[in-house]
Design a protein around this ligand. Structure first.
Ligand code: ZN
Length: 214
């Protein structure tokens, strides 16, 4: 798909919503004819799906890359929460607004696929939380809700974050990572005793510097 069409579609879907955006709008914004737009995609739904899938896959790729540098399970948790929050300060519109499109607007088959992509991302985080629980670095009886709460909290950044604000992407992401640690009951004593990197670990430094109430 051409970059022009892609950008036009993301912008319009984000601003006007899925239902409020027509193929004619997208063609007009891309400076091409409606007939030409159908050379790129067979329907609005396919176009939406292509963008949504690409957005979530980009985010998963970013997460895999970030996780690949960490072996400590607490560090992996922090890095995932940080990356999730940071992503939503910069790629806000794409994932969020596309991701929040009402499922009833989509055909059942396509809605299932959208759910599956979201579930895959949630599952990635669930696995990371699971590692931390197993190591006793994280302590919560509510890991399924903790998972959703942390992801939704991060997604919400895109509703208010503006790059020109005093807060930087990094500081917001750091604070949100510390909030996430509090939600899952991060045990800094258990971590610092066991982790090979000890207080040098990214989990320990994030907690020491950004933990709520410190
Ligand atoms: Zn560690």
């Amino acid at each position: 798909m051409s970059l022009k069409v892609r950008e036009a579609a993301v912008e319009l879907f984000s601003r006007q919503g899925y239902d409020g955006t027509s193929m004619r709008d997208i063609a007009k914004r891309s400076n091409i004819s409606v007939a030409n737009l159908y050379n790129y995609t067979d329907s609005k739904e396919t176009l939406f799906w292509t963008l949504m899938k690409a957005a979530v896959e980009d985010l998963m790729h970013e997460q895999r890359e970030a996780l690949s540098h960490e072996t400590c399970s607490a560090a992996r948790f922090v890095v995932f929460a940080y990356t999730h929050a940071k992503h939503h300060t910069t790629h806000a519109r794409e994932v969020v607004r596309l991701g929040n499109t009402p499922m009833e607007s989509l055909s059942p088959d396509r809605a299932d696929k959208v759910r599956a992509v979201r579930d895959e991302y949630e599952g990635m985080f669930r696995a990371v939380i699971g590692e931390g629980l197993k190591d006793d670095f994280l302590k919560t009886d509510h890991y399924v809700l903790a998972n959703r709460a942390i992801l939704q909290m991060g997604v919400g950044i895109s509703l208010w974050f503006h790059p020109e604000e005093v807060l930087t992407s990094e500081s917001v992401a750091n604070v949100y990572a510390a909030f996430a640690m509090a939600i899952v009951g991060y045990d800094s004593d258990a971590h610092d005793r066991t982790c090979a990197a000890g207080t040098e670990c990214v989990a320990a430094t994030t907690w020491m510097k950004w933990a709520p109430g410190r």
